[in-house]
Design a protein around this ligand. Structure first.
Ligand code: ZN
Ligand code: ZN
Length: 150
């Protein structure tokens, strides 16, 4: 699989069943299934205690896609044009998603920014706790996690 940003060969990793492909050159990452990104972030948060919690910005203005000068990229899997969007509508983390295969591209540091953005989110925290505890609890929170907008 080739990097949608610099065309280098991506390195594939399996993180507890969530597949992520990282570019050794530009350090961006491609997630096979964007719906499982939050699960991946939960593992990341469990492993890294040093990820800070996002500061509350009272007068934060969400940037619109039209304001973004963002290169048009193609999906490394199906080759169609990726859709640019603002993660969580107001995070101002601008990502590229494939509407056909549900893959998601994050530039260098964007994965970290999403982790910061999601840390402190009650559903995300609860899922992390449930991972360490019972499976039943985990299944229930997994449902809520899926309802959180990607
Ligand atoms: Zn790259
Ligand atoms: Zn695709």
């Amino acid at each position: 699989m080739k990097c949608p940003s610099c065309q280098s060969e991506l390195k594939r990793y399996n993180k507890n069943g969530v597949f992520i492909n990282t570019c050794p050159i530009c350090h961006g990452s491609w997630v096979d299934d964007s719906r499982r990104l939050k699960e991946y972030i939960v593992y990341l948060l469990l492993e890294n205690n040093n990820i800070p919690v996002a500061k509350v910005e009272l007068h934060k203005k969400p940037i619109t896609i039209r304001q973004v000068d963002h290169p048009k990229r193609s999906c490394p899997v199906c080759n169609c044009k990726l859709t640019t969007f603002n993660y969580g509508y107001d995070s101002n983390i601008i990502l590229d998603k494939c509407d056909a295969c549900n893959g998601l591209w994050m530039d260098k540091d964007e994965l970290f920014k999403i982790a910061v953005y999601l840390k402190g989110n009650p559903t995300i925290e609860a899922y992390g706790d449930a991972l360490v505890q019972s499976t039943q609890e985990r299944i229930e929170i997994e449902k809520k996690l899926n309802d959180l907008e990607a």
